[in-house]
Design a protein. Structure first.
Length: 434
C-alpha cells in the first residue's frame, strides 16, 4: 500500500489520458476527508432569490442537506427523494412538477428563480430534464435551469463543477445595452477589496467589477449581462464564459489566480489586450517583490507541501513558493491542465525532486500512515497527509487576485506559523462536510 506518486521530472512522459487525470482511468477513486467545501448545491444557490430542488436518492441528498445546515442555506434547499421503484418506473419525473408547484406556492416571498438538480441516475436513464424545465418555466412564469450532481461525468469534458457554473450564468438574458464593466467569474466570492484590481480598473475607466457573490437580488445579478467583458480567474468557470460568449456575445479573458510575480504581470498583460487599456502595475509589482524579500527573512527556509484544495493551481503555486526560496517537497494534484505544463517544465528544469501525489488514487488511503514531513502545508488535503505540518487552508472563502495575492499568501503562512491550529479543528471550523 505504498502511496502512488510520480516525480515531477517524469510527468511529461505520461500519456495524455493519464496526464489529464494523473492516474489510470480504470482505477477506483479515493475520497479523503479533506474533500468538500463548495459543492454543486452551494454553487447553484449563488443565484440570488433562488431555490434549488435536488432530485436524488437519500445518500446523494445527505451531503447537500448537511452542508445546508452547516452553512445556513437550508431554507432554500428542497429534496425530492427518489426510491428504487421510481428509478425502475421513472415515476419521479411525474413527481417533479408537483414538487415545483408546492415549493413555489409555499415559499414566501416566492422565489424568483429555481434550479433543479439531477443525480447520476437520471444521467444514466437519459431523463429529459431540459424539456421538463422549459414546461415548468412556462407554467409558473419563473426561470428554471437544470444542473447535475453527477460525479460519473468527472472524467469527461463536462464535469459537474464546470456545468453547474454554466447553469448558474445561463439565467443571464441578453441586455438592452452594454456597459464598460467587467464580470469576474469562476470563483465563488468577490475579489478581495484589498486587491489592486479595483484601483487599476478605475484608473482605466472601468468602475464596475461585478461578481455573482456580491448580488443581493436577481435583478442585480441580471446586470452582469450588461458587462462588456468577462474575466475568468479560476478554471472551473471555463464552460460558463464560453457559454456566455455564445449566448450574449461577451468576450472573456483567462487570467487565473497566480502567485508568481512574472505570471501575474503576464496575466495583467492579457487583461490589457482584452480591454484595450493600459494598466499601471509597476508599483504593485515592486511592492510584491519587497514583500517576498521581507517575509523571506521572517519565515526563513521552510519545507512545503502544496495541495489541490488550495485556491491556486498546484503547480503554479509550487513554482511561486520555490521562487520565493522555500523548498517544495510534495504536490497533491488531481489533474494536469494545459496551463500547468509550463510550470511543470520550470520545476523539472530545476531538478527539485518534488513528489507528486493525487487524491484520487486508492493507495492514498494509506498515506496518512507514512511520514510525509513538511513545515507548512498549503490546502486542507496537503495538511491531511502531512500530519505534523502547519496547515494554511488558502480556501475559496477569500479571493485574492493580482500582486495582492502574493502578500495574502505570505501573510497567511506567517499567521499560521505564529498561531498554529489543530488540522481537524480547522476543517470542522471551515464548515466542510466530513
Amino acid at each position: 500500500m505504498t502511496a502512488y506518486c510520480i516525480p515531477v521530472s517524469e510527468l511529461e512522459h505520461t500519456d495524455a489520458i493519464q496526464r489529464h487525470r494523473l492516474i489510470s482511468p480504470d482505477c477506483l477513486h479515493y475520497c479523503p476527508a479533506s474533500a468538500g467545501g463548495w459543492g454543486i448545491v452551494r454553487v447553484g444557490l449563488l443565484v440570488p432569490e433562488s431555490v434549488l430542488l435536488l432530485v436524488a436518492p437519500a445518500g446523494c441528498g445527505r451531503h447537500g442537506a448537511i452542508a445546508a445546515l452547516q452553512l445556513g442555506f437550508k431554507e432554500r434547499l428542497f429534496l425530492l427523494h427518489v426510491t428504487e421503484t421510481d428509478i425502475v418506473t421513472g415515476n419521479h419525473m411525474e413527481k417533479i412538477p408537483l414538487a415545483v408547484g408546492e415549493i413555489l406556492a409555499m415559499r414566501q416571498p416566492q422565489p424568483k428563480a429555481m434550479l433543479i438538480c439531477a443525480s447520476c441516475l437520471d444521467d444514466l436513464l437519459g431523463s429529459d430534464y431540459d424539456g421538463l424545465a422549459r414546461h415548468l418555466e412556462a407554467v409558473h412564469g419563473v426561470p428554471i435551469r437544470i444542473c447535475h450532481m453527477d460525479p460519473i461525468a468527472t472524467d469527461g469534458k463536462t464535469p459537474p463543477l464546470l456545468t453547474v457554473q454554466r447553469a448558474l450564468y445561463d439565467f443571464l438574458e441578453p441586455p438592452v445595452e452594454q456597459e464598460r464593466a467587467v464580470n469576474v467569474m469562476g470563483n465563488f466570492v468577490p475579489v478581495d477589496a484589498e486587491s489592486e484590481l479595483y484601483p487599476l480598473m478605475a484608473e482605466a475607466g472601468i468602475n464596475h467589477i461585478r461578481h455573482v457573490g456580491a448580488c443581493a437580488t436577481l435583478a442585480e445579478f441580471q446586470q452582469m449581462s450588461r458587462s462588456a467583458h468577462n474575466l475568468l480567474i479560476r478554471p472551473a468557470g471555463r464552460l460558463a464564459v464560453e457559454h456566455l460568449h455564445r449566448k450574449l456575445g461577451t468576450p472573456y479573458c483567462y487570467a487565473p489566480v497566480s502567485y508568481t510575480p512574472d505570471i501575474i504581470a503576464r496575466n495583467y498583460g492579457l487583461l490589457e489586450q482584452a480591454l484595450d487599456v493600459k494598466l499601471n502595475t509597476h508599483t504593485y509589482r515592486e511592492a510584491a517583490l519587497d514583500t517576498i524579500r521581507a517575509y523571506g527573512k521572517i519565515l526563513g527556509p521552510l519545507d512545503m507541501a502544496v495541495g489541490s484544495t488550495a485556491n491556486a493551481t498546484p503547480f503554479e503555486l509550487a513554482r511561486a513558493l520555490s521562487e520565493f526560496g522555500f523548498r517544495v517537497r510534495y504536490i497533491i494534484a488531481d489533474q494536469i491542465l494545459d496551463i500547468d505544463l509550463e510550470h511543470i517544465q520550470w520545476l523539472r528544469r530545476r531538478r527539485l525532486g518534488i513528489k507528486v501525489f493525487t487524491n484520487l488514487h486508492p493507495t492514498m488511503a494509506g498515506l496518512i500512515n507514512e511520514a510525509l514531513t513538511a513545515d507548512v502545508a498549503i490546502g486542507f488535503d496537503a495538511g491531511y497527509f502531512c500530519r505534523n505540518a502547519v496547515t494554511v487552508p488558502l480556501g475559496l472563502e477569500k479571493q485574492p487576485f493580482g500582486f495582492q495575492a502574493v502578500t495574502f499568501l505570505l501573510s497567511e503562512m506567517h499567521h499560521a506559523l505564529e498561531h498554529p491550529r489543530n488540522h481537524r479543528e480547522q476543517m470542522y471550523a471551515s464548515g466542510m462536510v466530513l
